[in-house]
Design a protein around this ligand. Structure first.
Ligand code: FES
Length: 87
């Protein structure tokens, strides 16, 4: 077994039905733009199926941390988690 060296930061975003109703597509798009604008390297942004927290969405997992009710206004805080972990 070998750890991946291709990406240091991993964001998984639920795109299940309920998270879609709560705006995950807009959040994903805004996250992607912000990662680019802030030139944060080695970020993988991956869509997932339902994470079983449907009532709490949109749900993200950011470098192993599960986050509920994520909105676009939370993006600076989300990016901070990436930058803090891999400055
Ligand atoms: S639809 Fe996102 S957690 Fe179920």
């Amino acid at each position: 077994m070998k750890p991946s060296k291709s990406h240091n930061n991993h964001i998984f975003i639920c795109t299940g039905k309920d998270c879609q109703k709560n705006g995950c597509d807009q959040l994903k798009s805004d996250l992607k733009k912000n990662v680019k604008v802030h030139k944060i390297k080695n970020v993988s942004l991956v869509k997932t199926k339902c994470m079983d927290y449907c009532k709490l969405g949109p749900n993200l997992v950011v470098n192993g941390e599960l986050l509920h009710d994520c909105q676009s206004e939370d993006i600076p805080e989300i990016l901070q988690k990436l930058e803090n972990r891999h400055p």
